[in-house]
Design a protein around this ligand. Structure first.
Ligand code: AMP
Length: 112
């Protein structure tokens, strides 16, 4: 099923893209929850983290490494938070795997 994020990958809807390579795309969240709020997504349409398989191991590692690079490039390499909401009850609203990259404010623990 085509999601909003597939449409962003295909340039059917616009996004503020900050990074792209063969495997992933990163763009600013339209409703930012922090001064830096970027989403990094695989181009492969994995709906949610639990749908990833051992075949996706390198892809998942790639997303994390690039998330760190992007946080650094944005000037928040010293303190940022990554969030993956898996499933509607966990707050997932777009069913195309994405990692939130948040920075630029304090973060409490435990998360809400
Ligand atoms: P989640 O709740 O984890 O599924 O996160 C989905 C995120 O996508 C939310 O933070 C939304 O603000 C964000 N979002 C929804 N539509 C767009 C869009 N067109 N461009 C950028 N971010 C979006």
């Amino acid at each position: 099923m085509s999601t909003l994020f597939s449409k962003i990958i295909d340039r059917e809807i616009p996004a503020n893209i900050v990074y792209e390579d063969d495997l992933c795309l990163a763009f600013r969240d339209v409703n930012p929850q922090a001064p830096m709020h970027i989403l990094i997504i695989p181009k492969k349409p994995v709906a949610m983290l639990v749908d990833a398989t051992v075949d996706d191991q390198a892809l998942l590692g790639h997303l994390l490494l690039k998330a760190g690079d992007i946080a650094k490039q944005e000037g928040y390499g010293d303190a940022f938070r990554l969030v993956v909401n898996n499933g509607a009850k966990a707050g997932q609203t777009v069913f195309h795997l994405h990692v939130h990259i948040l920075g630029g404010r304090g973060f409490s623990w435990p998360p809400g």
